[in-house]
Design a protein around this ligand. Structure first.
Ligand SMILES: [Zn+2]
Length: 240
């Protein structure tokens, strides 16, 4: 069933569930309501009216997210590095080594004319990895010193759903390669977050208190990171 509210069409689906479940999905800010099978159309309508502001706010949020369209790694594309948007310029070379450099607001990639988009993607990711490794080395050293947390190891990996994770028993952290795209303070927040898991494994009050002690504005930074890109944010609201 579709309920039309002003200019927004909302898909309403009855399910064997107990609570209303309202979602806004990227990339087109589609609104979907799952509702308990025993409720009426009128119930759905009044719930949606009550949530009108929430719907508008979250639609706006989704529609304003920077899009990551499929990349081909060709000149003219936008690519983020440490929170700044750059234009990619691909230059073909037939001698000398392939390279990637930042010049002004451009990322200059030099590669063979025969390089495929997959090759160029790999070349850029390798560059991101080297840059991120340097940033993380500094931040991890700074914070392991500050917090007195020695013998920590870490790696960089491409992950789909997490910015970082911590295997606390092994004192080992994994950082998402996509962190190379976000602002430095967001990378620092993830470093402090994962290091804090050495002390507290969940995200409960004790964890949050430690975070506040260590990085007082961590909630603001977290929001900045979630607003930034790529990893889908979950715009969901459930009501009893
Ligand atoms: Zn965590």
């Amino acid at each position: 069933m579709i309920i039309q509210l002003q200019d927004i069409s909302i898909e309403v689906e009855r399910k064997p569930i107990r609570n209303m479940h309202l979602s806004v999905y990227p990339p087109d800010a589609r609104v979907h309501l799952s509702m308990p099978a025993f409720l009426t159309d009128e119930d759905a309508k009044s719930f949606l009216l009550k949530k009108w502001q929430w719907i508008c706010r979250n639609r706006e949020k989704v529609l304003n997210q920077p899009r990551q369209s499929p990349r081909e790694y060709v000149s003219g594309e936008s690519h983020y590095f440490l929170g700044t948007r750059y234009m990619l310029i691909v230059e073909h070379i037939t001698t000398g080594a392939n390279s990637v450099d930042v010049r002004g607001n451009k990322i200059i990639m030099r590669c063979r004319p025969t390089a495929t988009s997959e090759n160029r993607k790999a070349q850029l990711q390798e560059w991101y990895r080297v840059q991120l490794r340097a940033v993380l080395t500094e931040l991890v050293n700074k914070w392991t010193d500050l917090l007195g947390e020695p013998n920590v190891t870490w790696i960089i990996k491409l992950m789909r759903t997490e910015w970082g994770s911590c295997v606390y028993r092994k004192r080992h952290m994994i950082f998402n390669l996509d962190l190379a795209r976000v602002p430095m303070e967001c990378i620092e927040y993830i470093v402090v977050h994962e290091l804090t898991h050495l002390a507290v494994q969940n995200h409960g009050p004790a964890f949050q208190a430690l975070m506040t002690q260590r990085l007082p504005n961590w909630k603001v930074i977290r929001k900045q990171l979630n607003d930034f890109i790529a990893i889908p944010i979950d715009n969901q609201e459930t009501e009893e």
